[in-house]
Structures are given as C-alpha cells and as structure tokens.
Design a protein around this ligand. Structure first.
Ligand code: MN
Length: 290
C-alpha cells in the first residue's frame, strides 16, 4: 500500500562506510523498503559503496537535510543565498549518485530557531532559489520535498497551507509537500485537515510521536492521520522518524534538540514502528474503501 521507510539515525549517528553497512543491513532486517539518510554532518559517505549496498539489499533511499544560517536561501544576503543553493545542489547530486529519487527537509531556510519573522525579501529569495534548484533536481530525476516544520526550526513554512501557497507560487512539477506528525502536532489545528488540503501535492510523510519516541507512547492521533492519508489515496512513502540521545549526529541532534534518552534498542524500536505503521495504514485504507 505504502512503502515504509526509516530514518538512519535510528541505527547510527554518521554515514561512514562501517555505519552505512550497519544502517542498510538493519533497515532491511527490520522489514523496511526505504532508508532515509540525513546529509547533516561530515562528508564521509562512500557514494558508490552506498549505492551498491542499497541495490544488494533491494532498498530504496531518500535523502534529507536542513540548511544552516550561513547557507540559507531565505537570507536577504545574496552571498548566503548562493551558499544555500550550492548546499541544495550538493544534496541533490548525492541523492542521484546513490540511486535516490527524493530529497527533502528544510530546503527553504536554515533549520534553526530564528529571532525574527521572515521578511518579504527573504521569502522571495527562497522562492527564487527553490525554482532554480527544482530545475536542477528535475534534470536528475529527483523530487524535492518541502518539509513543514514547527516554528522553532524555521520561520518560512510552519503549516501545510503555507507550503501549498509556496509551491503554487513556485510552479514546479517536482516540488511536493512533506508532512511530519511531530511538527503538525505543534502547528496545525488537527492532523487530518492539512492532509486533505494537500491531496496529490503530498509527496512524503514522516511519522513521529510528539516526543519523538516509541509510536503509541505519546498522544498523537495516528488513526486520524492515517485515515486522512487513505482518504486522499496517498500511495507514497511513510517514513518513521525517532531520535534518542543514545544515537547522536552532532549537527542534526543538536539542531533538533535531542537531549533525552527515549530508547536504547534501535531494532526493537524499528520493528515496533513497522508493525504500528503497517497495521494502522492497512486499517485506514480498509476503512476508506466504499
Ligand atoms: Mn521530519
């Protein structure tokens, strides 16, 4: 029904050859069809090895990242915008070279708490940059997902409505909305309306608890969310995201504020999440059938 994915930070904090072997083997063993690699952190990935291991295990791959204050396409400074564009193009290039077709995340601003609202000029810069980068991605067969995140991680796109408006203005066929239940819990009125508003412009989904730990151990209404996905006939990837201080990527964990230990055993967590999502989605798709 939906391809299930898992974020690599459940398994390892970096993408060294040794870690990538572990990440891909564990993802496969836990029953997932896709692994999402975060491009935060030092550039130590062996792209050819990664591509070969993914193929060997029959796994799809997606990449994600957020920009930084010194490489921010929503900046008013053209030099900072240019560094942001270069960072996005590098991410797209890596995605293509390891055999991926999806690159998502906070591609439209720094992934950080801003001390001020986004200026009209900053938003214009982000829009122009994403248009350019979407062309670059399109030539490489890559779709870009604009992940809608909470107010403490960006000041550009905090709701699905804002993302839809942004994508409409950009007018690029390979730009889609990426929703994440963890962020929706903070910013949206409920977990169904934004999904219905997106319809076929929803291209990627992150499933996370409100505290980013075990699914079902928090208060997110996943039944409502899965039902909304079924109602729009969503057939795309659904990726589990969870973070604990037991697996650390310095850049990403610090940007996301991962200070607490919510689990130690990644395999137990991953198997539990796979069952939770597969069952929840199957039931929702069943209920949506006439
Ligand atoms: Mn996410």
């Amino acid at each position: 029904m939906n391809q299930l994915g898992i974020h690599a930070l459940v398994w390892a904090g970096d993408l060294s050859p040794q870690s990538i072997r572990h990440v891909i083997a564990q993802t496969h063993q836990a029953g997932y069809g896709l692994v999402e690699l975060s491009l935060h952190g030092p550039r130590i990935m062996d792209l050819a090895l990664t591509r070969d291991l993914l193929q060997e295990h029959g796994l799809a791959v997606g990449c994600s990242r957020g920009l930084t204050f010194d490489a921010d396409v929503s900046s008013e400074d053209p030099a900072v915008v240019a560094r942001g564009i270069a960072m996005l193009q590098e991410g797209i290039d890596i995605t293509q070279r390891i055999g991926g077709r999806y690159f998502g995340g906070v591609l439209y601003s720094a992934m950080a708490k801003y001390g001020h609202p986004c200026s009209p000029q900053g938003r214009r810069h982000a829009l122009e940059a994403l248009r350019r980068v979407a062309d670059f991605a399109g030539e490489r067969g890559v779709t870009l997902g604009l992940e809608v995140v909470n107010r403490y991680e960006s000041h550009v796109l905090n709701t699905a409505a804002q993302a839809l408006e942004f994508i409409d203005e950009a007018g690029c066929a390979n730009l889609c909305v990426h929703l994440d239940t963890y962020h929706m819990n903070i910013e949206e009125a409920d977990l169904a309306t934004p999904v219905l508003a997106c319809g076929d412009r929803l291209g990627y989904v992150h499933i996370g608890e409100n505290h980013r730990g075990y699914l079902g151990s928090g208060h997110i209404d996943f039944t409502r969310f899965f039902d909304a996905l079924a109602r729009i006939g969503y057939r795309g990837t659904v990726t589990f995201e969870s973070f604990s201080s037991s697996v650390v990527n310095e850049q990403l964990s610090n940007a996301l504020g991962i200070w607490r230990n919510l689990w130690d055993d990644g395999m137990d967590l991953a198997r539990h999440a796979h069952g939770f999502m597969a069952e929840g989605l199957a039931q929702a798709h069943g209920r949506a059938r006439p």
